[in-house]
Write a protein that binds this ligand. Sequence first.
Ligand code: RFL
Ligand code: PHB
Length: 389
Amino acid sequence: MKTQVAIIGGGPSGLLLSQLLHKRGIDSVVLERKTKDHVLGRIRAGVLEQGFVQLMEEAGCADRMHAEGFTHDGALISYGDEIFRVDFTRHTGTPVMVYGQTEVTRDLYDARERAGGRIAFNVEDVVIHGADSDHPHVTYTVGGEAQRLDCDFVAGCDGFHGVSRQTIPLSVRKEYEKVYPFGWLGILSETPPVNHELIYANSSRGFALCSMRNDNLSRYYIQCSLSDSPEDWTDEAFWEELGRRIPQEYAGKLVTGPSIEKSIAPLRSFVTEPMRWGRLFLCGDAAHIVPPTGAKGLNTAASDIHYLYSGLRAFYETGSETGIDAYSARALRRIWKAERFSWWFSSLMHRYPDQSEFDLKMQIADLEFLRSNEAAQKSMAENYVGLPY
Ligand code: RFL
Ligand code: PHB
């Protein structure tokens, strides 16, 4: 088989790139290790930046998002007995969009299928060959049968555990990592959200987040120990703990119900450099991870796709390699800022097992400053709604 761009990974990064390229007449093939249902079963991101929304518009996939998604102008932050609101729209002129990653991915799959896009599911043993040559190719198996895909470029959109990053030799690749000493236990429940905006809570019992997908679908998280497993937490225990961590006026309004999904995510900051090796480009979680506190994971994946798509478009339309040559540096400049914001917001909101009394005072002082200072809120709002591409 032959294509212009071989895309490893059929998550949101790979599908968005494939659809954007298609709109410009550039052919791609997506290779996905799992089934479509498996990809759609992952409950992940919920908050999308305006830049992401615009890319979905450009991809021709934003109609349902605009009809069913929710525009949020701000979010609440609580600590101790204090609660305050950061108004994103007042500070930046830009709201965020609350629309689940599952729905984004479904819309992208629908668009690729309508356009007759080639997506292979259940692919195994993916190997990228000749990434540092002008004629790379990818080999893989489907149902035990060996396949070969010849291409001009390879986009590694295969997430943190994929093969693309590992293809870049260790002599070229440098990795930066911070692992946090706690995880997030998340549940999805068919209950009305406790508030119409998100609540990020720093309590003496640990972090909690009240989020949502729609008027009758709530997403809640609590900081948990890394040794916990979802089975350790009954729904009752989860609701009780959540109620203890959020301000009383909201705890009293919590509508509880059975969870329809329950999972634990570890928290990690991770960046690999460079994001390009020859004709292989890394995008999204394949290249970088942020702790979910700032809602930046999928959004940084989207900015990578924007830079790569622009570079590939220029290459195919004019022959210019300037965009693809600049890809890694441009993407990383924005990623490190999102890494900083996610690290800062995580540090601000969680209780650390080894936190000294001094550390705690610093955290409270930082929260006090944010609560009372317009410039600090503006800075937070600018980062939360997304820095410019
Ligand atoms: P994905 O989604 O991991 O997709 C990669 C795809 O590649 C496939 N794959 C392979 N395919 C072929 N061959 C191989 N060898 C392969 N290896 C892997 C996988 O099966 C998969 O389908 O990466 P992508 O596309 O880069 O997307 C990244 C996002 O999924 C991720 O950054 C976000 O979900 C992070 N995230 C959030 N991001 C936000 O912007 N806003 C949020 O509100 C937000 N909340 C979250 C989050 C992530 C969370 N978890 C569980 C980590 C909340 C949580 C709890
Ligand atoms: C979510 O709704 O899943 C969500 C929202 C905000 C975050 C992280 C996750 O910071």
